[in-house]
Design a protein. Structure first.
Length: 58
């Protein structure tokens, strides 16, 4: 199994919009260790570690 997923898969898994996942990557809000979100270059698709945890609304 691949260690990464895209924003679409993460959004489906977490029940949120794909745009929210992209925003969380840009803002560094996903938790799960170092380099949770990676991008080859600005504007390229995000790769998100499968063990990443979305932010909570506390």
């Amino acid at each position: 199994m691949d260690a990464y997923m895209g924003t679409r898969e993460a959004a489906e898994l977490w029940g949120v919009k794909q745009s929210d996942v992209s925003k969380w990557c840009r803002e560094g809000k996903l938790k799960g260790g170092m380099e949770v979100c990676e991008q080859d270059a600005p504007g390229k698709p995000w790769r998100i570690r499968r063990d990443a945890v979305p932010p909570t609304n506390d």
